[in-house]
Design a protein around this ligand. Structure first.
Ligand code: SF4
Ligand code: SF4
Ligand code: SF4
Length: 583
């Protein structure tokens, strides 16, 4: 209501905002840009770096606009000479401590520090001096840390602690020796890190990044003896275009397939087909357990960061975890068996690459359990960002590409599989199949609105075949912990639980295009990408996994039925209890 609004003036503009609004937010509401560095909306609002300082009339010294709240009659100046000079000194000092290597840095062009340097017309390092010793942590299969690119903004620490409630990293040591690291300067490989990659998404520079495994892909593409197959996850197709300047949430499936073919992959398949298998197996597992009232709730297992989390933190609840492998692992296992046999390809020569929105999948693919006949199901996982870099490296003009279809016979997928990429999607897809299986009918009810949307926890009761089923969907590890505590303490009687490590699900995975703090504060990235997936689902002619003709054929020809001996061998897995701070 107008009466409750606060009126202030920012750079001679009258602004009316709600009480409790920060000066930064108020300025952005009227299109006034204030630079920030450590600010990350709702995650890190501490005013540490002081890039966002402004002058407030009647006040001595500067105010940090990301934390300072508006007040009635306040007069703010965001761009005075003294503000600009003070910001410039702050930036000069940060840059003096930074190993400036923009020419060879993967974040060049999407780096908030580089952007600030451009904005402030910084053309030389003002205070060159002693640089800290560089620490590189590249021991994990998923994530790398390079201290020489760190600006000590602590956005990663806040993402890990406040969003995920893991606390794997902190700002350690003091003064000149300060750095971001796990306690005791341990490797991220040896602590309670889940490889969710949310710290990478938070990082304004290249100090945290995925382990780049594209060189091995290039090697295999060059090797005439290798049969190189690629598969792409649902969330990749609604984000890849962003790396080429397209709108957030643009569906670029056809262009992506064309680009993958141009890169030289022998076959381009859709992980969505793997997701349909996951649904077949998981729905079957749920029905079995539901009928027997055994090991309920069943908890989904397709998010490897989440799996590592439960293995480390709640091993006593592992019997609840679905034994289903994640979609790309199931698909890899079928490629090296069913497909290899059918096409007469030596599985030893087959090299399966998964393009994923996730860095934890790099860890997952090399788990000892993800092997069959001595061969890994999947040989390499690259992220959406790495695929974009490969496309750029090959000088492919992505935006102007035409559309190509996925290869047959393993390229057909349903709308149910498409929504795997967003929180609630796995649950909804599984319910579609479970209800038809339990009733023996082709039910017209397809949409389960209760599990849609961006809330971190969504609880509902759905009626299937005359029975009420209590379900809950959680995304983000802090929310996962809440649900596990409820289950452990007997405070809830859920029967089916979906958990994803990343807040919002795979569309917001650690391997997806990184959005600046400003975009994250002003655009609902999750919703735009998720809406694109729901639109793919709506437009699909087949929207239930069990109606996919490819799935039916492969069960008929090879797997027999969900939960069969062969399905168990290829498509299911086991888990391990991990020491909390050790891999
Ligand atoms: S992190 Fe940013 S500023 Fe630093 S070298 Fe990379 S692109 Fe340049
Ligand atoms: S990958 Fe996830 S758990 Fe590991 S340090 Fe980053 S935010 Fe924390
Ligand atoms: S690693 Fe990145 S997010 Fe973390 S403090 Fe350094 S620059 Fe900031």
């Amino acid at each position: 209501m107008e009466d409750n609004l606060i009126t202030l003036t920012i750079d001679d503009k009258e602004v009316k905002v709600k009480p409790g609004t920060s000066i930064l937010q108020a300025a952005r509401q009227v299109g006034i840009d204030i630079p920030t560095l450590c600010f990350l909306k709702e995650i890190n609002e501490v005013g540490d770096c002081r890039m966002c300082i402004v002058e407030v009339e009647g006040r001595r010294g500067f105010a940090t606009s990301c934390v300072e709240k508006v007040a009635e009659g306040m007069v703010v100046h965001t761009n005075t000479q003294s503000v600009m000079e003070a910001r410039r000194v702050i930036l000069d000092l940060i840059i003096s401590n930074h190993k400036v290597e923009c020419l060879t840095c993967p974040r060049s062009g999407n780096c908030e520090l580089q952007e600030l340097a451009k904005k402030f017309n910084i053309t030389k390092v003002e205070f060159p001096g002693e640089q800290k010793e560089t620490q590189i942590d590249d021991l994990s299969p998923s994530i790398e840390r390079d201290s020489s690119k760190c600006v000590l903004c602590r956005r990663c620490v806040a993402a890990c602690k406040n969003v995920q409630e893991i606390g794997a990293i902190a700002c350690i040591n003091r003064g000149f020796e300060s750095c971001i690291s796990p306690t005791g300067e341990a490797s991220l490989n040896d602590v309670n890190c889940t490889f969710c990659g949310q710290c990478i998404q938070a990082c304004p520079t290249n100090a945290l990044h995925e382990k780049d495994t594209t060189p091995e892909v290039w090697e295999k593409l060059k090797d005439p003896d290798s049969y190189v197959v690629v598969q792409t996850a649902p969330a990749v197709r609604v984000a890849l275009g962003e790396e080429f300047g397209m709108d957030i949430g643009t569906n670029v499936t056809g262009k992506m397939v064309t680009a993958l073919k141009r890169l030289g992959f022998d076959r381009v398949f859709d992980t969505n087909t793997g997701a349909d298998f996951t649904i077949m197996e998981e729905a079957n597992e749920f029905i079995e357990r539901f009928k027997e009232n055994d090991a309920l709730p069943l908890i989904t297992s397709c998010s490897p960061g989440w799996v590592k989390f439960i293995e480390m933190n709640y091993p006593e609840l592992l019997p609840h975890l679905s034994t289903c492998k994640s979609p790309h692992q199931m698909f890899g296992a079928l490629l090296k068996t069913y497909y290899a046999q059918k096409e007469n390809i030596d599985p030893e020569k087959m090299y399966v690459v998964s393009v994923m929105p996730c860095i934890a999948k790099k860890f997952e693919r090399q788990r000892a359990e993800m092997k069959n006949n001595g061969l890994y199901d999947v040989d390499n996982v690259i992220t959406t960002r790495e695929l974009a870099r490969m496309i750029k490296q090959a000088s492919i003009d992505f935006v102007s590409l035409g559309d190509t279809e996925f290869d047959a016979p393993m390229g057909e997928a349903t709308g149910a599989a498409a929504i795997f990429g967003t929180t609630g999607g796995v649950m909804e897809a599984a319910l579609r199949t479970a209800q038809d299986t339990l009733t023996g009918e082709d039910l017209p009810k397809i949409d389960f609105e209760q599990v849609r949307g961006g809330d971190g926890i969504k609880r509902a009761t759905v009626n299937i075949a005359g029975k009420d089923i209590k379900i809950v969907v959680a995304s983000g590890l802090a929310n996962a912990r809440k649900i596990l505590e409820e289950i452990k303490n007997g405070e809830a009687d859920y029967q089916f639980v979906e958990i994803m490590a990343c807040p919002g699900g795979c569309v917001m995975g650690g391997g997806q295009p990184i959005k600046s703090s400003k975009i994250r504060a002003t655009v609902d990235v999750r919703k735009l990408r998720a809406d694109a997936l729901y639109s793919i689902d709506e437009k699909s002619t087949i929207r239930k996994s069990h109606e996919n003709p490819v799935i039916k054929k492969i069960y008929e020809e090879y797997l027999e039925r969900p939960g069969s001996y062969r399905a168990e061998k290829l498509l299911h897995t086991t888990y391990v209890e991990r020491e909390k701070y050790k891999m």
